[in-house]
Each structure stands twice: as structure tokens, then as C-alpha cells.
Design a protein around this ligand. Structure first.
Ligand SMILES: [Zn+2]
Length: 339
């Protein structure tokens, strides 16, 4: 029987609300718990690391020993994972550039949330310095990218900086996804229906001569009922559903909630929290809608994992013996396979 490529791509980061949470509970511990499950199946994780945070830790480390310790803990964890065959890739939340630390903790400033909110010169500097920094956390090459908050459009503005730093693979878009929030805008409603494709100026526009490759995140159609159940479950949250992460998320635009409670919406397939309960049906949808070469690319965040999501992931891996576990490192031949 044909195997389906399975890629687990998690955004490794703190929260961006008033209280960003701790490195221990948002990053180190949940990643350890996840890897314990993956090890049973010899499966690997690809981590999109929020490098802006690492750059800030390094900047403040000489003045704040607690931040020097956090930097060390993260570096030890990521280098160990890289050694074990897990993958480390580039995730950019550029608001760290404007955020500050003092004895009271982090002052997160998300006024400039998207990379696009910065000047061309700043974008070039951010991408170059972030990639160089991240390379210190991996034994392998960093070449894949996921935009913070899925804000990758218009791609034109960030294209040159990525290309100059040999970032040639993107994994940000998911079928039919969109956000109308002006500060966090994205729209993936006209996406090519292929396992992956090449592009040059726009990730939604296929170009076989393009420098970039898009590997979309798998997408799942969710009915409003799921979000209603979720809303009730949050009210009676049990330990099982409590996320490992101890920070606060940014508050979403009001429409975000209204839309999800009233219409069928498309979202990325995730192992975060209760969404992990949809893994099996999302996989079924994926096999039906895609050709057999397409990668089942499931995203998530260590900070949003819970005991429930790990249990569901384990069940999923036990029930599907026809999965071929890959990381972005296994996709390197795509770069040269031009038609
Ligand atoms: Zn992120």
C-alpha cells in the first residue's frame, strides 16, 4: 500500500499577549512531552522557531542572567533535537524587534506585527540576522520559512530578503484560509490544488521557473458545531484540555469568533488543544481531496498542546500505519526538480 508523507510542523514560540508566558512551559516542556510520543513511532518534528525572541534574549543576556539561562536552555534543546533528526526552520514574528525587557518582564509591542510593517531595509536586516542566529541552533541547513500569523502577503515586499538568504521553501498557506483583520490580513482563497508548487512573486501563483517552493499546510473544513462545543468545553475545562503554555494570546478581531460560530470555515489541520480531536477526519478529508503524493502537513504550537492533544496524536499514529514521517530536510530534492 502507498504511504502518505506526514510532516508535523510546529511554531515554537511564546505568546504575544500581555503575559507572554515562560520558556519552560510554552517551549521546553511541551516539546519534550511531544517528542516522547513521537519517539515511540520514530517520527520527527519540524520546528518553526520564532527567532526574533532568540535575538532579543541574546541582546539582553549580559544584563539579565535569567535571559542568558533561557537562551542556553533553548539552544541545548534545539541542538539536541537537530542531532536526533528533528528539523529546525525559520519563523518570523518581527514585533520582537520593537519589544523591550526590564525587571518587570517583557513589554510586548505588536504595533508592527507583520514583516510588511517594516521598511525594506529593516526587512533585509531582520531576515539576514534571524537566519544567521537560527543557524546556531541547528546542525543542518535552515531554508524553510513560515510567516508569523500567516501574514505572507503581499509576498513581493519580503521576497528579496528571503531569496538573498537562501530561504527557498515556504510553508505558510492553507487552502481557502483568510483573515479580514487589517493588522493580520491574509487570503489564500485561490490556491493551486497541488501537493507543492514553484512560485516567484506570489505563493498562490504557480511559476515553474520560480525560485521558491510552496508546501502548503493541510487544510480542514470545520463546521460551526465544533467551535460551539469548544466554547462550552472551555467553560468546564478539565486538566486534560488545559494547554501546557502559561501565557496569554493576542486578542483576535471580533469577526474571528463570530465567523467561526456561524459559518463553515477552513482552517489549517492542527494538533493544538481540542483541534487534535479532528486529526483522523482531517486525514480522511486530505486523502479524498488530494493526489497521493501530497504531504499531510499538520501544524501546531508546543505552547498550545495539552494532554488531550498528545493522546489524540498518539492514537492517530497508532491507527495509521501507512505514514511516512518526513521533515523539511527530506524535501531538499524539490529545489532541483524543475520541470
Ligand atoms: Zn507564530
Amino acid at each position: 500500500m502507498d504511504k502518505t508523507d506526514f510532516l508535523l510542523s510546529l511554531d515554537y514560540e511564546l505568546f504575544f499577549g500581555k503575559n507572554p508566558g515562560s520558556v519552560e512551559h510554552c517551549m521546553i516542556k511541551p516539546t519534550q512531552e511531544l517528542v516522547k510520543v513521537l519517539d515511540k513511532f520514530n517520527a520527527k518534528v519540524s520546528l518553526f522557531v520564532d527567532v526574533g525572541f532568540l535575538v532579543k534574549l541574546k541582546e539582553y543576556a549580559p544584563r539579565y542572567p535569567e535571559l542568558a539561562t533561557q537562551y542556553q536552555q533553548i539552544q541545548t534543546q534545539l541542538l539536541t533535537l537537530s542531532q536526533q533528526g528533528h528539523d529546525i526552520q525559520l519563523h518570523i514574528h518581527p514585533h520582537w524587534f520593537d519589544s523591550r525587557y526590564d525587571q518587570h518582564g517583557w513589554k510586548i509591542d505588536t504595533t508592527r506585527y507583520r514583516l510588511h510593517d517594516f521598511s525594506q531595509q529593516e526587512i533585509a536586516m531582520i531576515v539576514k540576522s534571524y537566519k544567521e542566529e537560527l543557524q546556531l541552533f541547528s546542525h543542518k541547513e535552515v531554508f524553510a520559512f513560515r510567516a508569523g500569523g500567516w501574514c505572507i502577503q503581499p509576498f513581493d515586499k519580503i521576497k528579496q530578503a528571503l531569496q538573498e538568504n537562501s530561504i527557498w521553501l515556504d510553508s505558510t498557506v492553507f487552502n481557502a484560509g483568510h483573515s479580514d483583520d487589517p493588522s493580520r490580513y491574509f487570503n489564500f482563497q485561490k490556491m493551486p490544488h497541488e501537493a507543492h508548487w514553484f512560485f516567484s512573486g506570489d505563493p498562490l501563483q504557480e511559476d515553474n521557473k520560480g525560485f521558491f517552493t510552496e508546501l502548503p499546510i493541510s487544510s480542514f473544513k470545520t463546521s460551526p458545531l465544533f467551535f460551539w462545543k469548544l466554547a462550552f468545553r472551555k467553560k468546564f475545562a478539565s486538566q486534560q484540555f488545559k494547554p501546557f503554555g502559561d501565557g496569554q494570546a493576542m486578542i483576535a478581531h471580533g469577526n474571528y469568533y463570530i465567523e467561526r460560530l456561524t459559518k463553515t470555515t477552513h482552517g489549517p489541520v492542527m494538533i493544538d488543544g481540542a483541534k487534535a480531536g479532528q486529526l483522523q477526519s482531517a486525514f480522511k478529508q486530505h486523502l479524498k481531496a488530494n493526489n497521493k503524493h501530497s504531504v499531510f502537513n499538520v501544524m501546531g504550537h508546543p505552547k498550545s498542546l495539552s494532554l488531550f492533544s498528545l493522546k489524540k496524536l498518539q492514537q492517530f499514529l497508532e491507527n495509521n500505519k501507512n505514514l511516512n514521517f518526513i521533515t523539511f530536510q527530506d524535501l531538499k530534492e524539490l529545489k532541483n526538480n524543475r520541470i
